[in-house]
Ligand binder design. Structure first.
Ligand code: GLC
Length: 438
């Protein structure tokens, strides 16, 4: 397909998934508004109608809780019954600060909105309605960060914890296996439930039923404590400080600091958070043997020693020094030389690598977008170009899917990507990449 046609198709998909105020990731599989998906979606929307991006963000923040938490799903419609776990299963009103309308889930997702807002402002610097919107959204985003620093970092380390794999955005990554296996499921611990995803997408591209039981167990644990973080911190067998969650928070802190300077807002609190977070991120997550940043298991009190895509997002947040950044760049170059589209979401040399199954191996569009910009931060233009062009090539050959096979020799015999099709963030990232290429 010509680049021009990819742009046209991207716009068609974003318009198709637009539900008059917000965008669903894809029909059927994910029929509501997802937190970090919406952020990336703005990158595409702003190319054809900036008003969509403004409404997208406003819809998302209409689900923000009083304590500042920005939920991972906003259930704008209570009539859509094809998703599990739906709003009634989450029952987020057990927490007094959750809005009654729209209904929401009880957990959060990576805090991308600070850097997305900065992108919008930089692109529309002379548009007064964008500037006005940015000033209106700014304190809400700060509040969502304040939630993380206040409730997700009880020991005031500077790193946030998650208590559910869905909060990391990387649902079934092998990095969660050990913590999830710690959970002993008794049948009475979880209510009977029916998955919907496996009747929509092929079973071998989705998490296993064992994993799903554990996701439901952790959801129930959150609900038991009215999604109040202290009880969860004390009890949850799954308690993780994640590389990606924390890198994105740091990147968005940086963006808020830049925006705050522009608007003459006080950013002292954010600067203080960020200094500490960057330092501890380097101290606690870097692993010399793995040659990457790794996630930390707070319950097991140890690093989770796997090479995995979350650690690479540190590049986007400007966390590594030039030396560490070169090590990460070499890793990507090496994968490229070995015949992989970069970047696979998990270590291709691990027995746990599974090139089809969701976060256990495939290439993800929004990850390529962040890694591309991260590499450019450090001057690795050549690798950045590969990351960008690999995604464009995959989408061009296989379609606007949710995620993609990473082994070139396998891709050559494929006609489609994996997971949901006509996928919103895929459309948005491609549109933005093509724009960068111009
Ligand atoms: C899956 C992904 C998550 C994404 C959601 C909606 O759960 O793992 O990152 O936000 O789908 O696209």
């Amino acid at each position: 397909m010509q680049k021009e046609n990819l742009l046209v198709e991207g716009e068609r998909i974003l318009r198709l998934n637009w539900k008059d105020g917000f965008t669903i990731p894809t029909s059927k599989l994910y029929p509501f508004q997802w937190n970090w998906d919406s952020g990336f979606v703005c990158l595409g929307q702003c190319q054809f109608d900036i008003d969509y991006a403004i409404r997208e963000m406003n819809s998302l923040f209409s689900g923000q809780w009083e304590n500042g938490m920005l939920p991972h799903i906003i259930f704008h419609s209570e009539n859509e019954k094809t998703y599990f776990p739906n709003f009634d299963f989450w029952d987020s009103n057990v927490n007094n600060g959750a809005p009654n309308k729209p209904k929401t889930s009880g957990i959060t997702q990576p805090a991308v909105h600070g850097f997305i807002l900065e992108q919008l402002v930089n692109r529309f610097e002379n548009n007064s309605s964008i500037i006005e919107f940015a000033k209106h959204l700014f304190p809400k985003i700060v509040n969502s960060h304040r939630f993380l620093y206040k409730y997700r970092d009880p020991e005031k380390e500077g790193l946030m914890f998650i208590f559910h794999p869905w909060e990391s955005g990387r649902d079934n990554s092998p990095i969660w296996d050990e913590s999830l296996n710690r959970i002993n499921i008794n049948p009475e611990d979880i209510p009977a439930y029916q998955r919907r995803d496996t009747s929509i997408a092929p079973t071998d591209e989705r998490p296993t039923s064992d994993q799903y039981d554990r996701y439901v167990y952790l959801l129930q644990l959150g609900k038991k404590y009215a999604y109040d973080e202290l009880g969860i911190f004390q009890e949850s067998p799954f308690l993780i400080q994640d590389t990606l969650m924390n890198a994105i928070l740091i990147k968005s802190n940086n963006s808020l600091i830049q925006l705050g300077k522009k608007f003459n807002f006080d950013t002292a609190e954010i600067e203080e958070w960020n200094q500490q977070s960057i330092k501890v991120y380097n101290d606690k997550f870097w692993n010399d043997d793995i040659e990457c940043y790794v996630t930390y298991d707070l319950r097991g009190k140890q690093q989770i020693k796997h090479k995995e895509i979350g650690g690479l997002t540190a590049l986007y947040a400007g966390i590594p020094d030039q030396n560490k950044a070169s090590i990460l760049n070499k890793y990507l170059q090496n994968l490229h030389n070995r015949g992989y589209y970069i970047c696979p979401s998990f270590d291709v040399d691990s027995p746990l690598f599974d090139s089809k199954r969701y976060w256990r191996g495939p290439v993800w569009p929004q990850m390529n977008w962040m890694i591309y910009h991260g590499l450019r931060n450090y001057g690795f233009e050549e690798t950045a170009e590969i990351v960008k062009n690999d995604l464009i090539e995959l989408v061009d050959k296989l379609g606007f899917y949710e995620y993609f096979e990473s082994q070139k020799k396998v891709v050559s015999d494929l006609n489609n990507g994996y997971g949901g099709k006509e996928f919103s963030w895929t459309a948005a990232c491609i549109m933005d990449f093509i724009k960068q290429a111009d």
